[in-house]
Design a protein around this ligand. Sequence first.
Ligand SMILES: Nc1ncnc2c1ncn2[C@@H]1O[C@H](COP(=O)(O)O)[C@@H](OP(=O)(O)O)[C@H]1O
Ligand SMILES: [Mg+2]
Length: 292
Amino acid sequence: SLTLAKRAGQIIKDVQTSGTSLDIVDKGHNDPQTKADRASQQLIISNLTKHFPQLTIRGEENIPIEKSAATSDIDELIGSNLNEVLQAKCPNEFQDLQEKDLVVWVDPLDGTREFTEGRLEGVTVLIGFATKGNAIGGIIHQPFYVNGNEFGRSVWGLVHSGVYGKCQMNSTPLPGRIVAGSLSHRSKTVVDAVNACQPTEVLQAGGCGYKALLVLERRVHAYVHASRGCSLWDTCAPEAVLKAAGGMLTDVFGKGISYLPTDDTSVKTGVLATMENHEWYAQQIREKITML
Ligand SMILES: Nc1ncnc2c1ncn2[C@@H]1O[C@H](COP(=O)(O)O)[C@@H](OP(=O)(O)O)[C@H]1O
Ligand SMILES: [Mg+2]
């Protein structure tokens, strides 16, 4: 999956630099899909299915998956990521997990609105793993990340094991109370919930995966999205990565999210993510907001 997330990121970059039409399909209110979303999902799901046919896989895009999209160059690339992956210790409780016990939630391109508008930092590829309804592992790949000579990065985590890849935890305490909120999906309730947290600063940014990285690296104190708009593929990988680092991602009222493979994939009670003081934020929101 790490290999696939990186390769999908390259496909997204290739689409962006090709300068050709993004072939945008409007999936509904403020929910675009581009050819990069479709190609990324084809690649990830066809290859995962080829290697692990018994997995339950749910992807954001409603497209038929073609077996021919699984290519052998992926098999060769997997070797180059094995060392990185094998450094992680698999916790005892997951050692007996079988393919059929896992549900994989795939967001092939999180932050599509930002992608179409050229705000590329917020674009991520998200692959999350759940068992018995709980998020246990996840990859957040950020194809347009730039840091010196580094272009693109993957951050991944396994609950009770740790967080791996390229992330830089801010070690100095962050002043004030900085709350990250949506840039492209703002309603009165979304704004009210952010304000309920008494922010000293609000950072509007695109993408659920990107905002989870802001929380993880302690560039914001909390990510709050009081909307019914996020889906399980948006939150599974971010939740697993944050939990692996000792943080939390729940609905805005502080209640856990179930990742069982139901037909209804929307996270109807919003998203709250923090590394500390999670319950305080949930309490502030509960006092001001009763329903979304
Ligand atoms: N009100 C809403 N309507 C539609 N989609 C929403 C939404 N709120 C959040 N989302 C989805 O949640 C993800 C993060 O949103 P945001 O950037 O506003 O934080 C985006 O995923 P995708 O880009 O994968 O479609 C977006 O589509
Ligand atoms: Mg998404």
